[in-house]
Design a protein around this ligand. Structure first.
Ligand SMILES: Cc1cc2nc3c(=O)[nH]c(=O)nc-3n(C[C@H](O)[C@H](O)[C@H](O)COP(=O)(O)O)c2cc1C
Length: 356
């Protein structure tokens, strides 16, 4: 039975390619949308003009709906200067020890302005806008509605899902603890909000009366069907798409995903200043003792950018953020269009098996 979400968005499949800032590309989103799912572009790190350019690039490749996704951030925030100085010392010392020739610097601004990004998103007018890290305001929701944009909020607990539903969005995406990338948590401490998808999904379906999208650890069609059985209107899948040729993940990252062990996938704060799930490596081990003293997102994210860039160029996967979900070991490198077909074949086969 096509859910209201699929019907409204004209999607053939209950499949959303997760927004993945730093790894997604217009080609990836377009391939998934063309294949009958919903492609997404996470543009949380992207300047407004580049948001418009990237949306145009998706449109040049498909006339199907796609989603743009933003990190909801205040435009101004307090910066703890002492923490910045300490973090720069620690990062510079690490880069020296590791033989990387760059050093930290103070960027002209810590992150793009959310208000300007939001205005660019409105101008780009995608069929779907999704948001993570906080609620948007009622006025922003009205702006989106005026443009007939379908709005999805991200939640990591039932309370957060209720908050989005009360705001009046069209759907909520629940991000289980398994999920790769940054945690969307905004009402709780990050460690309180690590609810497994098998618990979070049915709890949320009971609590809200809008479509619930499932995210976290879904790597194949069986997982998609399991999510549907637990009440999901669609599955939002990230990590499985990271090893597609259309993904911008570095080769070392793609390679490390194929070797990922579940117990090495942890929640890490030391790259960006915000809890995110990814592979533990040499960098995370070195910085772990200082996690509590490091500045918050987006300040730390900007400070670690030169290190991540230099390490990436040197092919040092052991020093860069390799975000992924807990089931990363199940990745199957193949073109995105093929992966969509494989996922849907598996989903249909699993459904047949259960019905029989
Ligand atoms: C590399 C990467 C980047 C991500 N960036 C975003 C983002 O920009 N916005 C967002 O809402 N979610 C982001 N996520 C989280 C996904 O939306 C989704 O919750 C997650 O990928 C689902 O778990 P899975 O990776 O196990 O499939 C990201 C995930 C990954 C792996």
């Amino acid at each position: 039975m096509p859910s209201s979400l699929l019907h409204r968005l004209g999607m053939a499949h209950p499949l959303i390619q997760a927004p993945m800032s730093g790894a997604n590309t217009p080609a990836l989103a377009a391939a998934v949308s063309r294949g009958g799912g919903l492609g997404s572009l996470g543009v949380g790190y992207t300047e407004p003009q580049a948001i418009l350019d990237q949306a145009a690039q998706v449109r040049a490749q498909t006339d199907k709906p796609f989603a743009l996704n933003l990190f909801v951030m205040p435009d101004t925030f307090e910066v703890d200067e002492a923490a910045v100085t300490r973090a720069r010392e620690r990062l510079d010392a690490l880069m020296e020890r590791e033989g990387l020739a760059v050093r930290t610097s103070r960027p002209p601004h810590w992150a793009p302005s959310f208000s300007d990004q939001f205005a660019a998103l409105c101008e780009a007018r995608p069929a779907v806008a999704s948001f993570v890290f906080n609620l948007i305001t009622p006025a922003q929701l009205r702006e989106l509605r005026r443009r007939d944009i379908y709005v999805i909020g991200t939640a990591t607990t039932v309370a957060e899902a209720r908050a989005w539903a009360e705001l009046g969005v069209d759907a909520v995406c629940v991000q289980g603890a398994e999920a790769g990338g940054h945690r969307g948590t905004f009402l709780h401490q990050p460690e309180e909000a690590l609810i497994g998808l098998f618990a979070l999904l049915p709890l949320t379906v009971r609590a809200v009366d809008i479509p619930v999208i499932a995210a976290g650890g879904i790597m194949d069609g069986r997982g998609m069907l399991a999510a549907e059985v637990l009440g999901a209107a669609a599955s939002q899948i990230g990590t499985a798409f990271l090893t597609c040729p259309e993904s911008a993940a570095a080769d070392a990252w793609k390679h490390d995903l194929t070797q990922a062990e579940d117990h090495r996938v942890g929640t890490i704060r030391s790259f960006s200043g915000r809890a995110a799930r990814g592979l533990q490596n040499r960098y995370t081990q070195a910085m772990h003792p200082y996690e509590a003293e490091l500045p918050a997102y987006p300040v730390l994210n900007a400070l670690t950018a030169p290190l991540r860039r230099a390490a990436g160029q040197a092919g040092r996967g052991d020093l860069v953020s390799e975000w992924c979900g807990q089931a990363a070991g199940l990745v199957r490198p193949m073109p995105a269009a093929e992966l969509v077909n494989v996922l849907m074949d598996e989903y249909r086969a699993a459904r047949k098996q259960i019905v029989a």
